[in-house]
Ligand binder design. Sequence first.
Ligand SMILES: Cc1ncc(COP(=O)(O)O)c(C=O)c1O
Length: 381
Amino acid sequence: MNIELTYQSSIAEYLHIDAEQVSLYWKGRVALYTMLKAMGVGPGAEVVLPAFTCVVVPNAILYLGAIPVYVDINPDTLCCDVEQIEQALSPKTKVILIQNMLGLSVEVSEIIALAKAHGIYTIEDCTHGFGGKHQGVFNGLRSDASFFSSQWNKPFSTGIGGMLVVNNRDLLESVNLVHSNLIKPSAKDQWILFVLIWARTYLLKGVTYWTFLRMYRWLSKKGLVVGSSSASELEGIHMPKDYVKGMSKVQCRAGIKALGTLDQVILQRKKAGISVHDWLTNQGKTTVPSEHLAQHAFLKYPMLVRNREFFMQQAEKERIPLGDWFISPLHPVLDSLEPWGLEVSDFPNAVYTSKHIVNLPLDLPVHRLINFLELYKNEII
Ligand SMILES: Cc1ncc(COP(=O)(O)O)c(C=O)c1O
């Protein structure tokens, strides 16, 4: 069996689904783009999505000429409530995107029931949530389709990478058609990615973390390494050249290896997440609602702080690699969101959360994290 098929089958086995339901992509965003296209999303169609996401999500919609219709988040769950989504529907709505936020899924069945009642497709954005469960079911298995990311920092990583799971088998043929037209990653792409995966494994430790991170972000913005996002994806709504790329062998190899330790990684993150949750609850601080904790596979633990810049600086001094994801309703764009059709004054919860959020890493000894939080607890909201 070739390496792509082996990886595809390993993912299917992990999720207890059929290999034909799984397809592989250069990045998660390409999996989303493929799915939208296969669902017939095109000019004039509306796609409902959270106003608190990564900019590459509305990009995938806009590249197809469709219209993103944003919905504010519930500040307690960082996800969208079904009532809010219902208000955003129109006769032009073709798809609802249900986002799993840092591993947390909320009201998935209710949103799917709403969509079905209106003849609308659902796609779960499970880029943060591979391996986690919601109400006893693996994230991503209830909607018509779901996409995952195995980019740096995810519980299992292939450097960069994405997968699509199609649950509605009526859509398989059209997905396969779009997939068969993907561009193959070049030898150069694969070589650079191989070196980055190696460097991250062996160099990205302790004191080198911040230096490496800054260097990587700078190089990827300049287009000098295969990065998470190119400058053109962050600056506007025009599809970059070679965007629709398939997955490479280098990624498949890294994925197969990483899947082997995933259960252990998730268990550790869950334990650390619960310790942090208990500590924050005892301090009377804002937490993820406890009823969602049991099966939630934390990617990071979201927390709000008064002054993020100060808090991040202190974390760096204490060598705690805090995440700064979702510093904008369309992360990481800090300039006008007009090109993406998002008017910030309409989404107060997303704006407030993006001003105050930090994400706690759960892959380091939890006592170090809690000692740090103790030192700066007056900063936590
Ligand atoms: C919510 C969300 N959706 C989609 C993506 C895109 O994933 P990828 O970088 O694999 O394209 C990300 C990136 O992490 C994300 O945070």
